[in-house]
Design a protein around this ligand. Structure first.
Ligand code: PLP
Length: 385
């Protein structure tokens, strides 16, 4: 069979936690805190806008880059952070940010290039990094620094073929909200070494400490920053598949050449416009709920011997240190699943720095998060003997 197809696909690494995931699938009655797919319903006015759009005949091929009114609303939305993207030539819609990310990496990098990435990083980047055989220079987000980077390490991460810095703020899985000084350090490095910056900002609405900033708004950065946005998390629209790229027109014109039909369905785009232009009350409610869940579960986890949990500044995950209970995060997750039927991701899925941690998605009500805390307590007690 291997004589067919792209060898790069055959050779792609399988994740270390694959066995764990197949166990999750085989276990009944699992409390899954794996995917970043919250239990909230898409707000009613957005659902109604989609239904109305179907009734009105928004069922044909949509505009190639997305409808201009939606692109205008997105450019306007992002201008709150100090950017000024042109809706005509600098905003493009995709069916979720996943194909948008893939398209950006594919078009803006060459196979074998080096990139700088802050670790732990979103596990969805890994297959693309693998596929493109990218060499990673990692900057650790250390727990003892509240998962913030040491900006002095940035300069040392430069290699001869470094072309891009990948930034995710707020970060999945650590919740790091990059501050002004850190973004300035990223900017200085990008300007000094002529690098692009990919700024994944899909959690921008979920900030509890500090405030969201976009590196694209810093002087001279608009030409070299590619911003990724998504409707998935902000509006509880994970299943709708709607995301966007915002970038300087020259950069975007290159991204557009990747022949992937990323175009979201016409009626979904109309719903996206309703989301941006309608009431934001639900988004505020989501933020408050996540904050309450974060505070509640982090407190409970911190009461357990052998576990410590930094309070994340943004996004909606906890990334507790479990190394006092079990050195291997995969082993910890397998034990938790087998004994307590609670599923969380092993930290090693987010890069080596993530080992000794697990990621808990705050996507269930507090009563269920309590079940998770009890499972951690019991497992920790059992390990201690
Ligand atoms: N970027 C980050 C940091 C994420 O956490 C996710 C999903 O969890 C994505 C991108 C992909 O989101 P979507 O494809 O739903 O827009």
């Amino acid at each position: 069979m291997r004589r067919f197809g792209d060898p790069r696909l055959w050779e792609m690494e399988t994740p270390v936690y694959r066995r764990f995931l197949s166990k999750v699938r085989r276990t009944e009655g699992v409390l899954s805190l794996l995917a970043g797919d919250p239990d909230f319903e898409t707000p009613r006015h957005i659902r109604e806008a989609a239904i109305q759009a179907i009734e009105e005949g928004w069922t044909h091929y949509p505009a190639w880059d997305g409808y201009l009114d939606l692109r205008t609303a997105l450019a306007e939305y992002h201008s709150r952070y100090g950017t000024d993207w042109s809706p005509e030539s600098e905003v493009r819609l995709y069916s979720g940010s996943t194909p948008a990310l893939f398209t950006c990496f594919l078009s803006l990098l060459r196979r074998g290039d080096s990139i700088i990435v802050f670790e732990p990083y979103y596990m969805g980047y890994s297959p693309v990094f693998n596929y493109m055989d990218l060499k990673l220079s990692t900057i650790s987000l250390k727990e003892e620094e509240g998962f913030h980077p040491d900006v002095d390490e940035l300069k040392e991460a430069i290699k001869s073929k470094t072309r891009m810095i990948v930034l995710c703020t707020p970060n999945n899985p650590t919740g790091t909200v990059y501050n002004e000084e850190e973004l300035k350090a990223v900017r200085d490095l990008a300007l000094d070494h002529d690098l692009l910056v990919l700024s994944d900002e899909i959690y921008d609405q979920f900030v509890y400490e500090g405030k969201h900033r976009s590196v694209a708004a810093l002087p001279d950065m608009r030409e070299r920053t590619v911003v990724i946005l998504s409707f998935s998390k902000t509006f509880a629209m994970t299943g709708w598949r709607l995301g966007a790229v915002l970038a300087d027109k020259e950069v975007l014109s290159l991204i557009r050449r990747v022949p992937i039909g990323g175009r979201p369905a016409a009626f979904i785009q109309r719903a996206g416009l309703a989301a941006l232009q309608g009431s934001w009350e639900s988004v505020e409610r989501f933020r408050e709920k996540f904050k309450r869940r974060r505070d509640h579960l982090a407190k409970r986890l911190n009461e357990i011997d052998g576990i410590s949990c930094v309070l994340p500044e943004g996004a909606f995950y906890l990334f507790p240190n479990i190394s006092g209970v079990c050195k291997s995060s995969v082993e910890f997750c397998e034990g938790l699943l087998e004994g307590k039927r609670v599923a969380v991701y092993p930290g090693v899925a987010y890069g080596k720095t993530g080992e000794g941690h697990v990621r808990i998605a705050l996507v269930k009500p507090i009563s269920e998060l309590d079940r998770c805390a009890e499972a951690f307590e019991k497992y920790a007690r059992r390990q201690r003997g």
